[in-house]
Design a protein around this ligand. Structure first.
Ligand SMILES: *Cc1c(COP(=O)(O)O)cnc(C)c1O
Length: 363
């Protein structure tokens, strides 16, 4: 696959334009959604405030590679030891539950760490309840183990649905919590709300720090057209080659289980990529691919190392031609719909056996 880091920078510029006053926390969890966290981080380190990952192992991976920007641990620390490590390596730490505040109070640290207090405003996955936010904020401050600025954060459950009123409700709850904490005399707080859907779709969701993920990789968080999201450029492009071509009669069948039947005499190409290379096995017959700039359709089941496409309507296709499974002109989001999943999953779960070639034209 090809990873176009120029497209990544273009997408980052769209995030900045959509939320011009915010600092950018580039979300690089899960190996930068399958794009290669270290390469992605080096390409944008001078253009973002910090990086975010899910675990301390992912954060150490960035430090070991020589990246010096602050790194936010989105799920916080899972043990007291991790807190000491986080402080030592300049990782910012989310506190989403009281047990994590208890651990901070017990652990001695070589230097204070940057604390983010996560509020559950309605996603009901991580975060402290709105009515305990002030108390936990005060305990973080009184521990004397956090830096001056505490960032209040929350995460939106449905920001990708542009007419869903739930987002406005979550934003209102967050605003209340912030007001309550400020009313207690706190002057040193900042805020962080936006994932990609919020950044692009909800002006009211602007905050001091925004946390773009999927949009950096060029996939729209929305199911519907959107003027800014539609300017994103896909960063990952997955390609392979045609390794066999045959002509079959009307009524002949293709692939395991013989699930696809030729409606007419058909030209079938075999492409050297399968579910062992991250292409979803449950992509149905009819899923589009690109060859010679035209669309062709999957015919029959995806195998581990191969899949078949119907090229009857593109007579110029030859052995060795390149086939694009997703990338420019064919979004992973569109392929994902044929496989009952989302573009996030397709790019993130790419296996390591598929080599990555990086494109970066400017420095
Ligand atoms: C993954 C994640 C993001 C990024 O979300 P996208 O929808 O990919 O932009 C932001 N915030 C948190 C807490 C996350 O876990």
């Amino acid at each position: 696959m090809t990873i176009n880091l120029d497209a990544l920078r273009h997408n980052l510029a769209i995030a900045k334009k959509s939320s011009p006053l915010s600092k950018i926390v580039a979300v690089l969890k899960a190996n930068a959604y399958g794009h290669g966290a270290v390469e992605v981080a080096f390409a944008i380190q001078d253009r973002v405030e910090m990086f975010a990952v899910s675990s301390i192992e992912e954060a150490m991976h960035l430090r070991d590679a020589g990246l010096t920007r602050p790194v936010l641990l989105l799920e916080g620390c899972f043990s007291e030891n991790e807190l000491a490590q986080a402080a030592a390596f300049d990782f910012s730490v989310v506190f989403h539950s009281e047990y994590q505040v208890n651990a901070l109070e017990k652990q001695s640290l070589t230097k204070p760490l940057s604390a983010w207090l996560k509020i559950d405003t309605g996603m009901h996955r991580l975060g402290v309840y709105p009515d305990s936010a002030l108390r936990l904020y005060q305990r973080l401050k009184q521990s004397n183990k956090t830096r001056d600025l505490v960032t209040l954060m929350t995460h939106m459950a449905s920001a990708d649905l542009l007419d869903e009123p739930y987002t406005a409700q979550q934003l209102a709850i967050f605003k209340q919590v912030k007001k309550h904490i400020i009313a207690s005399g706190a002057s040193d707080i900042s805020t962080s709300i936006g994932n990609s859907g919020t950044i692009l779709g909800w002006d009211e969701g602007r905050s001091d720090f925004v946390r773009p993920g999927i949009m950096l990789y060029g996939l729209s968080p929305f199911d519907v057209p959107h003027p800014e999201a539609d300017k994103l450029l896909p960063v990952m492009s997955l390609q392979s080659k045609i390794i066999a071509i045959r002509t079959i009669d009307k009524g002949e069948r293709v692939g395991y289980g013989s699930t696809w039947e030729a409606p007419q005499p058909s030209r079938i190409a075999t492409v050297a990529i399968g579910y062992g290379d991250g292409y979803p096995r449950n992509a149905k017959s009819g899923t589009p691919v690109l060859v010679r700039g035209k669309r062709a359709c999957l015919a029959g089941r995806v195998s581990m190392d191969m899949l078949s496409i119907d090229i009857t309507h593109i007579p110029e296709v030859r052995m060795g031609d390149t086939v694009t499974l997703w990338g420019e002109s064919l979004s992973a989001n569109e392929v994902a719909r044929w496989a009952d999943t989302i573009g996030y999953e397709l790019v993130t779960r790419m296996p390591l056996r598929v080599p990555k070639t990086y494109i970066l034209s400017e420095t």
